[in-house]
Design a protein around this ligand. Structure first.
Ligand SMILES: Nc1ncnc2c1ncn2[C@@H]1O[C@H](COP(=O)(O)OP(=O)(O)O)[C@@H](O)[C@H]1O
Ligand SMILES: [Mg+2]
Length: 223
């Protein structure tokens, strides 16, 4: 595997797979089980998903000047790690960092499924967004694609699965109403047609006022 942080992957990238791992993969393949790692190639990063951890690596962009490119990737990686640590400290359901290097973050894998908008998820997601904002974290990409519902409570009666927020790649610290309101705007829009449910569950008059102003502006731009 071509990566800038082989030390974060453990043995599975050391060129030749250990015979044990190879056998396990073969078994998985035969039984139709999932194969790891699964790789997501995003615009900014590659995400390698292993059975119980994930490595997110910011890849080089060939069109950027090398020194400039490295500085950007290092800064974004540092900031994302900082935001994840802050979230954990504040008791927010998000991945736990296992290890970091210049361009990579190794974190725990949140086992579950991306949610599909419905009324209950809209409410629960809104509460999670509010909790992030109380910790002065603006996520900036709070959408169902970055929300995972775990299945750990399966079989335990009526308990709902937990809701985790991932991908702090654009997150930053701010207490400004405008930042909270635009974060709320992105999030609520992504929960359509439960946009109203989302905003009501977020339940903050001041932020909601600004949210309405942003929505008006956006309508105006779109028309
Ligand atoms: N810690 C994690 N646990 C489980 N899945 C993850 C984790 N981190 C990323 N993923 C999966 O990889 C995808 C891409 O990761 P993400 O951090 O959202 O990258 P991008 O910035 O490219 O959107 C996510 O949508 C999710 O499906
Ligand atoms: Mg994402």
């Amino acid at each position: 595997m071509d990566t800038s942080c082989p030390e974060l992957f453990g043995s599975s990238t050391s060129g030749v797979l250990s015979s044990l791992q190879a056998k396990k993969e073969e078994r998985n393949e035969r039984s139709g089980e999932e194969r790891f790692p699964k790789v997501y190639k995003g615009a900014e990063a590659f995400v390698y998903i292993f059975e119980d951890f994930v490595v997110k690596e910011r890849r080089r962009k060939a069109y950027r000047l090398k020194t400039f490119d490295e500085a950007i990737r290092k800064r974004r990686t540092r900031l994302e790690a900082k935001m994840l640590k802050r979230a954990e400290k504040e008791g927010i359901a998000a991945p736990h960092i296992i290890k970091t290097s210049e361009f990579c973050i190794k974190m725990t894998r949140i086992l579950g499924k991306h949610i599909k908008p419905n009324k209950v998820w809209a409410e629960r997601a809104a509460h999670l967004l509010k909790k992030l904002h109380s910790a002065s974290i603006i996520h900036d990409d709070f959408t169902p694609a970055n929300l995972i519902a775990t299945e750990e409570n399966k079989g335990s009666g009526k308990a709902l699965p937990s809701l985790f927020i991932i991908d702090f790649g654009l997150a930053f610290v701010s207490q400004r109403i405008e930042d909270k309101a635009s974060d709320l705007f992105t999030a609520a829009q992504s929960f359509k047609p439960y946009e109203g449910v989302f905003v009501r569950a977020y339940n903050d008059e001041v932020v909601e006022e600004r949210y309405k102003a942003i929505r008006k502006r956006m309508r105006y731009v779109k028309d």
